[in-house]
Design a protein around this ligand. Structure first.
Ligand code: CMP
Length: 144
């Protein structure tokens, strides 16, 4: 299985609800390793740049406002098939469609306020990791 890295964000609703530890624990319990971790707060400009692929969508303004409404916790998760496995742990974008036991099904309020973000493909992961972290932020040798 290919070792991958993926970007995870605990969104402002997750941080406000005190779910950061619970969410990171789920990643670690599933065997994903945290290779980098940081709390930050996006400016509107940064949120717009991060989600620029969605700029034509009707929810763009509300999504970007939400994403800078409070602190977020960004991390790089590493492991075999990390991108797909992170997405499995998160569940579908819309919590109403998410499988039971997934993070979004258990904690998310709606499709926009959906607690976590995770990269959806290798190219996206590489761009999103580079948005928040430099190569020297990524810790090596943490894999179990
Ligand atoms: P995320 O995984 O961060 O990727 C894009 C985000 O846009 C998504 O999670 C949701 O928060 C938001 N989103 C996607 N579709 C919709 C929608 N139909 N209405 C509102 N927000 C959406």
């Amino acid at each position: 299985m290919a070792i991958e890295r993926t970007l995870s964000i605990v969104k402002p609703d997750g941080v406000k609800a005190g779910l950061t530890g619970e969410i990171l624990k789920r990643f670690e319990s599933a065997g994903l390793v945290i290779a980098a971790l940081r709390m930050t707060r996006l400016t509107m400009q940064e949120a717009q740049a991060f989600y620029d692929v969605h700029q034509e969508r009707p929810f763009f303004e509300s999504l970007t406002k939400f994403m800078c409404s409070g602190p977020i916790v960004v991390s790089v998760l590493e492991g075999g098939d990390a991108i797909r496995r992170n997405r499995e742990l998160m569940g579908a974008t819309d919590p109403a469609q998410a499988d039971s036991g997934t993070i979004r099904r258990e904690y998310a309020s709606n499709i926009e306020h959906n607690i976590v973000h995770g990269s959806d493909a290798p190219e996206t992961a590489s761009r999103e990791i580079g948005f928040f972290f430099t190569e020297s932020d990524l810790v090596r040798g943490v894999r179990r």
